[in-house]
Design a protein around this ligand. Structure first.
Ligand code: GMT
Length: 378
């Protein structure tokens, strides 16, 4: 098949999933054309590999003109989709994150008509729960979803939110996010997270885009409580709007010497391997790809029981789920786990086993392939 994939190139989960899907499809023989405004971070290595002849990248260039206070990215994106569909003879277009990718995809499909260009839209979370439901975007997002030939969500929870928010009849297929089990094995023997810690320190990791929805302040509050009982280090991976305020809070609490701000990392396994716990106290999370990546690296997860997280983390088996904002409860669960090396070890093994059983990429990619086969069959 010749598949066009459009996504955001940043470190967010939707771009990671789209990139990993592109890599998996290309590895199994499909020709994949990734369309975005910058090369997605997870594709940098593959893009430079001359052996990767089936993976192509097309940059959306948005011209600036003094009249435009807001240059129309959606139009430049639709135009690039048309160009790629025509010149590379695409069989279908798969867009990740509805805003504005689904709308640009519908427009591109109309422009290339009568030549068929089936459109698959994958909804990732904030495109429904935070951005797509904003009155400024709601009607166009609804239309983009309703006009797609197939719609998928990354969890049952997001499927429910989509139906509730948009009151749509459109059938939705749930295709969860996935991991490549080999990624952990490549780093399993490395020092991983231990590079940042002193001997004897327990290592807690949080990875996110530091947006308010991630509640990174709660990570710091939980960690501060842990320091009463444990020698520990917190590794904060990623970057975003909340970072300055989080750093300020660490200074107020006098615990900066126990916290390492790592910034963005393309390969999260490098820092998950060897960690003792992963914290994800989000306000909402349609899936929580970072939590799944932690589980696959044998790191138990303590998270909030919101959105799709209960579909990823098994409470009491691979981690613990607590109510949003319950930093006391999270600290108690984390502290008990840090004190129990044997129990934590068993949970770490269960975490990887469950991540592979339910979310290894081969099962999941074949579900996307089925969606493609169905839309192509009309
Ligand atoms: O979390 C974000 O703000 C980024 C966003 C994205 O599109 O990159 O993440 C969403 O998609 C991920 C991949 O499907 C999910 O794992 C995240 O749970 C989801 N984020 C939210 O729902 C807040």
């Amino acid at each position: 098949m010749k598949i066009g994939i459009s996504c955001y190139p940043t470190y967010g989960g939707s771009g990671v999933v789209a990139s990993e899907l592109a890599l998996a499809l290309a590895a199994s023989g499909d020709e994949v054309h990734v369309i975005s405004y910058a090369l997605p971070s997870r594709l940098v290595q593959a893009h430079a590999d001359p052996q990767q002849t089936r993976l192509h990248y097309h940059e959306v260039v948005v011209p600036h003109y003094p009249l435009f206070e807001y240059p129309p990215y959606s139009l430049a994106l639709a135009t690039k989709m048309v160009e790629v569909a025509r010149h590379h003879d695409l069989d279908l277009l798969h867009v990740h994150y509805a805003v504005p990718n689904a709308v640009s995809g519908v427009l591109a499909r109309s422009i290339v008509a009568p030549r068929p260009l089936p459109l698959v839209t994958t909804l990732h979370g904030t495109d429904i729960t935070l951005v797509g439901n904003d009155p400024s975007y709601l009607e166009t997002t609804r239309w983009g979803i309703a006009q797609s030939d197939a719609v998928t969500t990354v969890s049952e929870s997001l499927k429910r939110s989509t139906h509730d928010t948009f009151d749509l009849e459109t059938p939705i297929t749930v295709v969860p996010n996935f991991i490549d089990p080999q990624r952990y094995l490549r780093f399993a023997e490395s020092e991983g997270a231990r590079r940042w810690a002193s001997p004897g320190e327990k290592i807690i990791v949080h990875i996110s885009n530091f947006r308010p929805v991630k509640r990174v302040h709660d990570v710091v509050e939980v960690f501060r409580r842990l320091l009463d009982q444990h020698e520990a280090r917190l590794l904060l991976v990623g970057d975003g709007p909340e970072r300055t305020r989080v750093e300020q809070r660490c200074r107020e609490l006098g615990i900066c010497h126990r916290i390492s701000f790592i910034g963005n990392l393309p390969l999260v396994e490098e820092i998950l391997v060897g960690a003792d716990l992963f914290l994800l106290p989000s306000e909402t999370e349609s899936f929580g790809l970072a939590a799944l990546e932690a589980l696959s690296c044998k790191v138990p997860v303590i998270a909030t029981d919101v959105g799709g997280l209960p579909e990823v983390v098994r409470h009491g088996e691979t981690g613990y789920l607590l109510p949003k904002g319950d930093v006391e409860g999270m600290a108690q669960a984390a502290s008990a786990l840090l004190a129990d090396d044997e129990g934590r070890g068993a949970m770490a093994e269960a975490a990887r086993r469950d991540a592979i059983e339910r979310f290894a990429y081969d099962h999941v990619v074949s579900r996307y392939r089925q969606v493609y086969t169905d839309v192509l069959a009309g």
